[in-house]
Design a protein. Structure first.
Length: 170
């Protein structure tokens, strides 16, 4: 893999991140895995566009670049989403991890997660958490486990079942 360069995200990255989501929705739909995010592009949905705008404006967005080309994004926050039980200690929460479909299998997600671990260490935080869709064939759950995360809880948001993971950061 080429070296992944990670730069801070800005509000101007909203359309880039929306494009990543639109690619992912099309890719998942083609594979019969529409249960994660449905079949409609994020860019055409006002609520989802507003959510991506929040991420882009949060100050926690980082963009991964392979050979100067945007390859993925991660958003880190100090609080978990409302549908996840709060941790009993300070944490860094992966609010978003997404990879361009053109860069699948090139280690982009793993490098962005390592960036998250580094950010936690720099801030003196010992816990990194993330959640994902727990449905389908379980591939996403297995991915986070392959990255060293341990299952720590589940949630149900209107029938959408999610898996929460945690990882100790030393």
């Amino acid at each position: 893999m080429s070296e992944l360069v990670i730069r801070p995200g800005t509000p101007a990255d909203q359309d880039l991140v929306l494009g990543f989501f639109d690619e992912a929705v099309a890719w998942l739909t083609e594979r019969g895995r529409s249960g994660q995010w449905g079949t409609e592009p994020f860019s055409g949905n006002e609520k989802r566009t507003a959510r991506v705008r929040e991420m882009a404006e949060s100050g926690g967005l980082s963009i991964g670049l392979l050979d100067g080309v945007p390859a993925g994004a991660i958003t880190l926050t100090g609080t978990c989403p409302a549908h996840v039980e709060p941790a009993p200690e300070r944490e860094l929460y992966v609010d978003l991890l997404i990879t361009s479909r053109a860069c699948t299998g090139r280690g982009v997600g793993a490098a962005l997660l390592e960036h998250g671990r580094e950010m936690a260490r720099e801030r003196g935080i010992g816990l990194l958490r993330v959640d994902c869709w727990a449905g389908g064939d379980g591939a996403l759950v297995r991915y986070y486990e392959s990255q060293g995360f341990v299952r720590s809880g589940r949630f149900d948001v209107c029938g959408w079942i999610g898996q929460v993971f945690e990882q100790r950061v030393s």
